[in-house]
Write a protein that binds this ligand. Structure first.
Ligand code: ADP
Length: 207
């Protein structure tokens, strides 16, 4: 059981998943709210009965999972639909992520929340917040390559997210991901040692 939670966040294309994978390679348990949302909306996922009741079978794909594209178009056009979707998914994600953090078998847990700045409730759960940071131009370049999007499409996503300055304002630690992967690995090694120490200190203080 782990009692030390490091919240991991960053804008799209900053390198959150890359960083999360490197912590996992060091044996740290990762609880990823995005991955949990995918699980909940997979065929037979725990959120599916409520989603079908609220939106009908028109939001299902051929496999019975939530058709994310169809859902995105629906909530984009209707604010009240977005609120209904969030009212179904968010409590389930909150509960499941809290349970998994508690049950984690590592000295500390990485809790990955893409919208940590935007959603205050997760921040309260974190002992520390790690922000993955890079210049906007790099975010755009990476997402363009990864998702085959146009610069304007990436810019539209960036405009809907917290700004770089807002994110940095809540950071306890900043991992600057503006060069190669070796530089990222070096920073992660240092942070890992620090988090192990902080987790041990908290555990000692609670005994
Ligand atoms: P996020 O999860 O924040 O959206 P990712 O970790 O998926 O970002 O990174 C976006 C893309 O950029 C991925 O294709 C990833 O492999 C690549 N990437 C991230 N950091 C680096 C880096 N330091 N060097 C090279 N490629 C990187």
């Amino acid at each position: 059981m782990s009692d030390y939670v490091v919240g991991l966040t960053g804008g799209i294309g900053s390198g959150k998943s890359t960083v999360a994978d490197m912590f996992v390679a060091l044996g740290v348990v990762l609880v990823d709210t995005d991955a949990i949302a995918h699980e909940l909306t997979a065929p037979e996922g725990a959120a599916m009965p409520a989603l079908i009741e609220a939106f009908g079978t028109g939001v299902l794909d051929a496999h019975g999972a939530l058709d994310r594209g169809a859902m995105r178009r629906l909530v984009f056009a209707h604010l009240e639909m977005r609120e209904r979707l969030e009212a179904i998914l968010h409590p389930l994600i909150r509960t499941l992520s809290a349970e998994r953090c508690r049950m984690a078998e590592s000295s500390y847990v990485i809790l990955a929340v893409p919208l940590l700045v935007e959603s205050g409730t997760y921040r309260e759960r974190c002992d520390r917040v790690l922000v993955v940071d890079c210049p906007e131009s790099l975010q755009i370049e990476r997402v363009r390559r990864r998702n085959g999007m146009t610069v304007d499409e990436v810019r539209a996503i960036l405009a809907a997210q917290a700004t770089r300055a807002q994110r940095l304002a809540i950071a306890d630690d900043v991992l600057l991901n503006d060069s190669g992967l070796a530089a990222v690995a070096g920073q992660i090694g240092d942070l890992h040692r620090k988090y192990l120490q902080l987790a041990a200190k908290k555990l000692k203080a609670s005994c």
